[in-house]
Design a protein around this ligand. Structure first.
Ligand SMILES: C[S@@+](CC[C@H](N)C(=O)[O-])C[C@H]1O[C@@H](n2cnc3c(N)ncnc32)[C@H](O)[C@@H]1O
Length: 568
């Protein structure tokens, strides 16, 4: 077996095998994990040899190193002598300091996302206390663990995972073009494909030095799979670099009939063909391209200050300044927008302590359309996880009630936990159930009923990187039927003279205007009321509905209609 020298250490391990350390070495290694305040590109540089391995304290290495055996099938197996290390009763993870930690975690997260197991959220898992679980997946998938990820690592994981998922179609087209045969691509083992995708994303869309991308991804493939996998990553990434340098990436030409053009655009802009065709048809080509560019860009996040807890927007702004998080004040009074720094906000506990909530202004405007007034009773029919529930409850200024109904028990539980933290639990009552059954059985009626319906989410694709790949055209048909049923049910809960508000986070007219038109045909006792006076004029459609558009307003896409019930 060939021996491989490890940078700045005098140890020799098996070819292609990781150098493994137990967790007690990790704190020493962590000290060298990159100085704060450096640019993303320089942070990537910091991951390149020799600085990474050079940061590991040598005496620790001598005490704790273990080897990983590579099985015949290329799947790393832990040497049993080292794999079951225990300190007291808790298992000590075996940590590999040789690979780029954030890339290893990103590769595993991408694998899980591909299997539909992980929601590629742009908020980090650590803040949801699921970081430990994720490390378990990493260990089981790769055969080793990574060191503790600091905030910058987590941000890199987030950027890489979200970006790689968004650009998947574009990247896969290029990987396939650079493979010697199509079957090499179609038979590629899943982990190898994820590592290649990461490399392609870094080279094509991030300003990461080429040597670091190639070196680190080759090493990851060698360590997590086998030396041959690393050689393949090396060959394909180098081909890509050459084509990029000579500006000759093999992309499809936008030509031929509508279908062929939509197919080419779906590759270049990395969206499903059906979405491209639909948007070109209904929005026009220019608007469709703008929308896809928006969906592919890093999203803004908005924070809404929790006034019920006595905070003002200035308090929130002061905290953001202390945390050195850049912000913009929003057109909505209670809101602040940030592009970067969500990690710092989460770590500082601003959400947990109830100072603010993450909520887009597009959702905030839906609450403006509801226009909650002190003393009113409001039914929030599809309430979880509760973003609009809390904002509506806070507008009641302590007088009135919001009933929060949802079919999903787990999400409803999260809603009520957050309600406590927002000091709104005495105003909000949770109801677990299917709206369609509940409305039939209930005799209660409300001043206002909000139906924030389950929808395609086509207005929030920039924040939900994975959603575009999980939505099929056929989903629209099913959703439209469900929306009609839920509208019919919600209407039963509106008292005479009361108001029904229908909203979605979709930009598709089929889920929006068309549902309202069909509803008033079925229910002549309801009349649409324009939203003039409730939201700024730029958000009002010709038909008097509320509509926010990513391309026009640089917000998520959302829709809302007010429907007044007659007195009889
Ligand atoms: C768009 S989300 C609601 C988001 C929420 N209004 C907010 O602002 O945080 C739609 C919700 O509808 C719920 N839902 C779906 N079908 C339902 C049904 N038949 N009855 C009640 N809730 C339902 C889902 O569980 C989901 O939580």
């Amino acid at each position: 077996m060939e021996a491989k020298a490890l940078p700045l250490t005098h140890f020799r391990a098996r070819a292609g095998s990781p150098l493994l350390l137990s967790a007690d070495a990790s704190s020493a290694a962590r000290k060298g994990s990159g100085a704060p305040g450096r640019s993303m590109a320089s942070r990537y540089d910091a991951g390149a040899p020799p600085s990474r391995a050079g940061t590991v304290a040598e005496p620790m290495l001598q005490l704790n190193f273990a080897v990983c055996l590579v099985g015949m099938n290329g799947v790393p197996k832990l040497n049993p002598k080292f794999s079951t290390k225990r300190a007291g009763t808790s298992k000590v993870p075996i940590i590999n300091f040789e690979v780029s930690h954030h890339r290893a975690v990103a590769a595993v997260r991408l694998l899980r996302a591909d299997k539909g197991k992980a929601f590629v959220d742009l908020l980090n898992e650590k803040a949801n206390d699921s970081g430990e679980n994720e490390m378990g997946y990493v260990e089981r998938t790769l055969g080793f663990s990574t060191r503790h990820l600091d905030d910058r690592d987590i941000r890199l994981v987030t950027v890489i995972v979200a970006g790689t998922v968004r650009w998947k179609r574009y990247i896969d087209y290029l990987i396939m073009s650079l493979c010697s045969e199509e079957k090499v691509f179609s038979n590629m083992e899943p982990l190898l494909l994820q590592i290649l995708r990461i490399g392609f994303f870094e080279i094509l869309k991030l300003n990461v030095p080429a040597y670091a991308v190639v070196d680190e991804n080759v090493r990851l493939a060698k360590v997590a799979l086998r030396p041959g996998a690393g050689n393949m990553v090396n060959a394909i990434l180098r081909k890509l670099l050459l084509l990029k340098e000579t500006d000759s990436l093999p992309l499809p030409k936008i030509e031929g009939d509508d279908r062929a053009q939509a197919r080419a655009l779906s590759i270049i802009y990395s969206h499903p063909v059906w979405m491209v065709r639909r948007w070109i048809r209904f929005l026009g080509k220019d608007e469709a391209l703008k929308l896809m560019n928006w969906n592919n860009s890093d999203p803004y996040f908005s924070l809404r200050v929790n006034t019920t807890n006595g905070y003002t927007r200035d308090d929130l702004v002061n905290r953001l300044e202390d945390l050195q998080v850049h912000y913009e004040k929003s057109i909505m009074d209670e809101f602040v927008r940030i592009r970067e720094g969500m990690q710092a906000v989460l770590q500082a506990g601003l959400l947990k302590e109830g100072m603010c909530a993450v909520q887009d202004e597009s959702a905030g405007f839906v609450v403006s359309v509801v226009d909650p007034q002190p003393g009113e009773t409001i039914m929030d029919c599809c309430a979880a996880p509760g973003g609009k529930t809390f904002f509506m409850a806070s507008r009641l200024a302590g007088q009135g009630k919001v009933s929060a109904l949802d079919i999903n028990k787990g999400r409803l539980r999260i809603l009520m936990e957050a309600a406590k933290c927002h000091n709104l639990d005495d105003i909000i009552t949770d109801i677990h159930g299917d709206l369609r059954l509940y409305a039939k059985e209930s005799t209660a009626t409300y001043d206002k009923v909000l139906l924030d319906a389950p929808c395609s989410g086509l207005g929030v694709l920039s924040k939900r990187a994975d959603l575009r790949w999980n939505r099929q055209f056929e989903d629209l048909e099913e959703l439209v039927c469900l929306q009609d049923e839920l509208l019919d049910s919600a209407s039963l809960l509106v008292k005479p003279g009361g108001i029904l508000i229908y909203s979605t986070c979709s930009i598709d007219h089929e889920e929006n205007e068309n549902r309202v038109t069909a509803f008033v045909q079925r229910h002549p006792e309801f009349t649409p009321q324009g939203v003039q006076g409730f939201v700024p004029a730029e958000f009002i459609t010709d038909d008097g509905f509320y509509s926010s558009s990513p391309t026009k307003h640089s917000l998520d896409g959302a829709f809302a209609a007010r429907l007044v019930r007659s007195m009889h």
